[in-house]
Design a protein around this ligand. Structure first.
Ligand code: C5P
Length: 235
């Protein structure tokens, strides 16, 4: 699908088990661009959940945020690639060698197109005080930029970032780098625990390529109608 017509909505399947995930995903598959499987669902349902959701013919984003020695991350990325994940996450704070190993492993393990290895910079749950406690200084924006540059040097082709980081990152990143953004709210629902949000349309206008949306769709009384409304709001 062309970049301009691609459906950018990745639904976060933040549900406790495979039955709930399948019910939600099969209802939403016709109207969304892909599904995100996080640590909760992966751990409770097991790796089989990836090919099961893939059978709906939508990309699967496996959000397990690998962070370990390069060899272990490379082997985990290869395993995720063999499972059929088309996008996956690693922590950029794992360093240059770890990120290079992840990207090389994705390319080696993929029979055709390698999965998009996305770097997570500073978790959006961390404020300047929490960051300083880790020894990384207290300037969150500077640390995000530093880690983004490191990810580029390592050859990553995409990053996860908060809505409010998109504009700054777009200024320093090549246009082909994919930005995946959670923290999306339409304005009609509560912001839940997300404190820095943008609407789907604003996030795309700022330069996001993919929107990770969980509760605004999954916790809506009619998830499919909510997804359709969001999709319509993009055009
Ligand atoms: O329900 P909501 O739309 O807030 O879900 C957002 C999803 O994106 C969740 O799966 C959450 O874990 C994930 N996420 C996030 N912020 C990040 C990285 C991932 O909200 N910085």
């Amino acid at each position: 699908m062309k970049e301009t017509t691609r459906n950018p909505i990745l639904v976060a399947l933040d549900v406790p088990d495979a039955v709930a995930a399948w019910k939600l995903a099969s209802e939403l598959a016709p109207v969304v661009g892909g599904f995100k499987i996080g640590a909760e669902l992966f751990t409770s349902a097991g790796p089989d959940i990836v090919p099961r959701i893939r059978a709906l013919e939508r990309p699967v984003f496996l959000d397990l945020k690998f962070h370990d020695i390069p060899n272990t991350v490379a082997r985990s990325v290869a395993a995720a690639t063999r499972l059929g994940a088309q996008m996956l996450t690693i922590h950029t704070s794992g360093g240059l060698a770890m990120m290079r190993a992840a990207e090389e492993s994705a390319r080696r393990a993929a029979p055709t197109a390698p999965p998009l290895v996305l770097g997570v910079t500073v978790l959006t749950s961390m404020d300047s005080r929490a960051l300083a406690e880790t020894g990384a200084g207290e300037n969150v924006a500077r640390q995000v930029e530093r880690l983004a540059q490191l990810a580029l040097r390592a050859g990553l082709r995409g990053l996860v970032c908060s809505p409010l980081e998109i504009t700054a990152l777009r200024q320093i990143l090549p246009v082909e780098i994919q930005l995946v953004t959670p923290g999306i709210r339409t304005g009609q629902e509560s912001s839940d625990d997300q404190s820095r949000t943008l609407s789907p349309r604003q996030a795309l206008a700022a330069g996001a390529n993919w929107l990770v949306i969980g509760r605004p769709i999954c916790a809506a009384p009619q998830p499919r109608a909510a997804a359709e409304q969001i999709l319509a709001s993009l055009h």
